[in-house]
Design a protein around this ligand. Structure first.
Ligand code: PLP
Length: 273
């Protein structure tokens, strides 16, 4: 397996970053996960734009889009696979012990792994911990994912594949690695980014392609929504058949099934040539 590091391809087994890289010591880094279909990254420009927004939010230098594009192409060419999960990691780089950044500049790593298409439906839980909708790094795709790791482990313990967070004012927010949509009176709604959720790229495409509304929703909307579904790069659009103890037996319901069809039909439009 070849990865991109320090401006070129390297063997994954021998590639090394500093043990004092701030991505490791203080979680000072950002990332993107992209899908690659037969070696073609999906929605690459949108991912690069979000990477830049996250970098600016953390005060990291703007990532060089040309380099990231070259890195993705090189990694995909060196590791052919039908469905890949590309991971771009961009950190504060090697620095002193403590939170001040060093002068070495950022570390860019691009790697790919095989992935598989997710099942059409899944179970989710809600967790008692909250997303902070007004934090310094809210909405940035940072490498500080420990909270998500803990919540996801809780979901797995309970036979679910995703954990959903509310925010500090009791509104529905997002999952550990996905955005959430609900159907109410036949209308599709998803929390706005002011809820503290990540501006998911799949979420944005679903909003654009279906006219779903961005609405502040109380967390308990999950107890009465007609349908619930998740969106993410690796899930695409995935129906929810259980939320905590509540079964949504007919999932995917008619509205979700239509969104899944629309997404599948249009997703090819955003594949990198
Ligand atoms: N929310 C969080 C916290 C995520 O980590 C992700 C995916 O990485 C998403 C939402 C979904 O975003 P996207 O559709 O861009 O994959």
């Amino acid at each position: 397996m070849k990865i991109w590091l320090d401006g070129g391809l390297q063997d994954m087994e021998s590639a090394r970053v500093s043990v004092f890289d701030h991505g490791l010591t203080v979680g000072d880094g950002i990332f993107e996960t992209m899908k690659a279909v037969d070696g073609r990254p999906f929605a690459l420009t949108r991912h690069l734009d979000r990477l830049t927004r996250s970098a600016r939010g953390l005060g990291l230098p703007d990532p060089d889009h040309d380099e990231v594009r070259r890195a993705c192409a090189a990694v995909l060419e060196a590791n052919p696979m039908p469905l890949g999960r590309l991971r771009v990691t961009y950190t504060g780089g090697h620095g002193p012990l403590g939170s001040d950044r060093g002068e070495h500049g950022p570390t860019l790593v691009v790697a790919v792994g095989e992935t598989v298409r997710r099942p059409d439906t899944t179970a989710v839980i809600t967790v008692p911990w909250t997303r902070n909708e007004r934090g310094a790094v809210t909405g940035l795709k940072t490498t500080s994912y420990a909270e998500n790791v803990v919540a996801l482990a809780r979901a797995h313990e309970q036979g679910a594949s995703e954990a959903l967070f509310g925010n500090t004012v009791g509104e529905l927010c997002e999952g550990t690695g996905s955005n959430v949509f609900v159907v109410l009176d036949g209308q599709i709604h998803t929390p706005p980014v002011t809820s503290g959720c990540l501006a998911g790229i799949t979420r944005a495409l679903v909003v654009e392609w279906t006219g779903a509304k961005e609405t502040d929703l109380p967390l308990d909307v999950l107890e009465r929504a007609e349908e619930v579904f998740l969106t993410s790069t690796l899930r695409d659009v995935q129906a929810v058949h259980r939320v905590d103890g509540r079964e949504l037996a007919d999932a995917p319901g008619p509205v979700t099934a239509k969104v899944m069809r629309v997404f599948e039909e249009r997703a090819g439009e955003d594949l990198d040539p």
